[in-house]
Ligand binder design. Structure first.
Ligand code: UDP
Length: 463
């Protein structure tokens, strides 16, 4: 069959991806990696995601399957908000996914493994029903998962592990600024309960895949390995930017908002190396008008140029006349090709919310970070950036939770100009090399992926 050319040993893996850019990107990227090693892959996800991923479907060997029509039912904005979305996704997703696996049972490519986003713990039951292998995929840092785990043990009555990961110096998971997600459910808000549910069926998984790499989170990976069959398989940044071994893999192919691509890259190319501060808070964080104003003031006062991503939903919070007043040195985009931006030598530092994908991307491109975490795991990532990997500075928020313009300006200046900035850049370049090594042939993440692939192939052969 033409479409199956290159597949080894009739192994078919379904990858079940959660909604949201920060989840889709790493799982589709991991799918491309597996496909490049001769595994037939079907990526199952929501209808809106499959539509948005059309560019990927035409350029890669992945196939996409919609298991839940979130377009008609309104997705997260539909009836019952976030909880309603999760419930509908589970009802429709589990039925459609089960049908798909059952239909392929007697085909040339029966499904042998289900890789699911750990945010979709019910998927584990489907793998058990069909007696196929399963892998829980975490899209956060290992440190974030490790810090959620004691909360999970407490809530679920699971015995605490003998040695709790020593989170010395790590900030507590912060939850300020959370979008309203409905009434609280017991001690923790629903979003936390949802995050904790990632551990619900983890003990049943054949593998626990982390979008990280051994060296980046050595201690925490060692700790986790005592609890679960953990395999760091990242970074999942497109291969073109790292080891260049996966064909047609230079972009994620998925964007939450319409890209301002051409104009912003043209603008960037007119700037001197290292002269631009790139500012972005990812797809989910919503900043207050007051916080936006503090950022605007610091960008206006800074000697550096800036490229600021302000999502369409946030544009009304840009201070009056700011764009006109800063037009000689600034560019505001509603969404940009972040990988291309970080790869551009004009970019000297990244003011980031420290979402896990953005953090890993900055590491892969050797771009120093000024961390302005907003909530949840971003707090931990920002801590790792400054204190552990020493690839950036954390801009500290005041008692009211706002990071003031003076603090942002100070961090930008240190990173771009100071002696400490040189040290930070040196560290960033070292981590860039280590990230590439991890995923390149023979690297730790490559070995972990190969072990999984070998198991699936051998298992198939012995069936
Ligand atoms: N991103 C992008 N263009 C932008 C801003 C972000 O392509 O203008 C991408 C970025 O490369 C990353 C993802 O969106 O892969 C954001 O993921 P992250 O985990 O950093 O944050 P989240 O959106 O989940 O909060």
């Amino acid at each position: 069959m033409e479409e199956e050319r290159g597949c080894r040993a009739n192994v078919h893996v379904v990858v079940l991806a959660y909604h949201g850019q920060g989840h889709i990107n790493p799982m589709v990227q991991f799918s491309k990696r597996l496909a490049s090693k001769g595994i037939k892959i079907t990526v199952a996800t929501t209808l809106s995601n499959t539509k948005a991923l059309q560019a990927v479907s035409s350029s890669s060997s992945l196939r996409f399957l919609s298991v839940y029509d979130d377009c008609t039912e309104g997705g997260v904005a539909g009836l019952g908000g976030f909880k309603g979305f999760l419930d509908r996704f589970q009802v429709s997703g589990s039925k459609n996914l089960s049908n798909f696996i059952a239909q392929h049972d007697r085909s040339e490519y029966p499904v042998k493994c289900l890789v699911y986003d750990a945010n979709i713990p019910w998927a584990s039951g489907i793998a058990s029903n069909f007696k196929i292998a399963s892998a829980a995929f975490f899209t956060q840092s290992c440190a974030a998962a490790a810090s959620y785990y004691p909360m999970y043990c407490e809530v679920s009555g699971t015995p605490m592990p003998e040695s709790v990961f020593p989170l010395i110096g790590l900030p507590k998971l912060g939850i300020p600024n959370l979008p309203s997600l409905g009434p609280t459910d017991g001690r923790y808000p629903p979003i936390i309960m949802h995050l904790l549910s990632q551990f619900d069926n983890i003990h049943k998984a054949n593998w626990v895949l982390m979008n990280s790499f051994d060296q980046l989170e050595e201690e925490v990976v060692e700790w986790m390995a005592k609890l679960w069959p953990v395999k760091p398989i990242g970074p999942t940044v497109p291969s073109f930017h790292l080891d260049k071994r996966v064909e047609n893999d230079d972009d994620y192919g998925f964007h939450t908002y319409k890209l301002d691509s051409r104009d912003c890259m043209e603008w960037l190319s007119s700037k001197k190396p290292g002269s631009v501060v790139y500012v972005s808070f990812g797809s989910a964080a919503l900043l207050s008008a007051e916080q936006m104003s503090e950022i605007a003031t610091s960008l206006k006062q800074s000697c550096a140029n800036f490229l600021w991503v302000v999502k369409p939903t946030e544009q009304s919070k840009i201070p009056h006349n700011f764009s006109e007043e800063t037009s000689s040195k600034g560019f505001i985009a509603s969404w940009c090709p972040q990988l291309e931006v970080l790869a551009h030598d004009a970019v000297g530092c990244f003011v980031s919310h420290c979402g896990w994908n953005s953090t890993l991307e900055a590491i892969c491109f050797g771009v120093p970070i000024v961390g302005m975490p907003q909530f949840l795991d971003q707090m931990i990532n920002a801590h790792l950036v400054e204190k552990v990997w020493k690839v950036g500075m954390g801009a500290v928020a005041d008692d009211k939770g706002f990071t003031r313009s003076e603090e942002i300006s100070k961090c930008i200046q240190i990173v771009l100009e100071g002696e400490r900035g040189k040290e930070i850049k040196k560290n960033a370049l070292r981590w860039k090399e280590l990230a590439k090594e991890a995923i390149d042939e023979g690297g730790s993440s490559d070995k972990h992926i190969n072990e999984m692939v070998s198991y699936l192939i051998q298992h198939e052969a012995s069936n």
